[in-house]
Design a protein around this ligand. Structure first.
Ligand code: ATP
Ligand code: MG
Length: 206
């Protein structure tokens, strides 16, 4: 089983790119943000706890997202691997993920990061607020907090994964969505060629 992490600040385009990558390589896409929004929409106890934190631009507790991640691993046996989107987001989550995978005899195979500037984060989230109506995109204060949260809590993961020799970066502003997607496929091919060539349809050019 392969474990790839799609990394990047809010609005980098993780959700946008994840679909094509997971379809091409038969990976199960797990977005902790989407799972949390589903819990909120369903009005579950977990959703109620997460709502205020998310709308304040803060992170939900590590244990909450880790539980969702582990049950997704357990419930998807017939995939080639997993594409984690929005997780891990703290050094604690990264360490816990390493432990969780070690218990399964597995490891993180690679991290692909989509990088954009703070100003681009702000512009994209404001734009998305009008299209998707997400409560955590709508408010300028929340956006500011999410950017601060990213730099304080999530950005240190770059060094963590660089030190592990697993970090790869794509410029999220190199062109349009299609251009970024091509760049991502190029990087993917460089990191795990043997595996990716065995997946049906994965060996051809994009
Ligand atoms: P993108 O636009 O690149 O998909 P995003 O930052 O806009 O990313 P999500 O990943 O959907 O949005 O996350 C939305 C919110 O859900 C976060 O701001 C945070 O409050 C919460 N959340 C998501 N993943 C985690 C996590 N791993 N740990 C803690 N909180 C999380
Ligand atoms: Mg997302």
């Amino acid at each position: 089983m392969k474990y790839y992490i799609l990394f990047g600040p809010p609005g980098a385009g993780k959700g946008t790119q994840a679909g094509a990558i997971s379809a091409k390589y038969n990976l199960k896409h797990i977005s902790t943000g989407e799972l949390l929004r589903a819990e909120i929409a369903a009005g579950t106890e977990l959703g109620k706890q997460a709502k205020d934190l998310i709308e304040a631009g803060k992170l939900v507790p590590d244990s909450v997202v880790e539980g969702m991640i582990e049950s997704t691993f357990n419930n998807n046996k017939n995939v080639a691997g997993f594409l984690l989107d929005g997780f891990p987001r703290t050094l604690g989550q990264a360490a816990d993920l390493d432990e969780m995978l070690a218990r399964r005899g597995e490891k993180v195979n690679a991290v692909i990061s989509i990088m954009i500037k703070d100003e681009t984060i702000k512009n994209r989230l404001q734009h998305r607020a009008q299209i998707e109506g997400r409560a955590d995109d709508a408010n300028e204060e929340t956006i500011k907090n999410r950017i601060v949260t990213y730099h304080n809590q999530t950005e240190p993961l770059i060094t963590y994964y660089k030190n592990a020799g697993k970090y790869h970066e794509v410029d999220g502003e190199c062109g349009d969505i299609e251009d970024v997607r091509k760049e991502m496929f190029r990087v993917f091919k460089g990191i795990d060629r043997k595996f990716l060539e065995r997946v049906p349809g994965a060996s051809g050019s994009t």
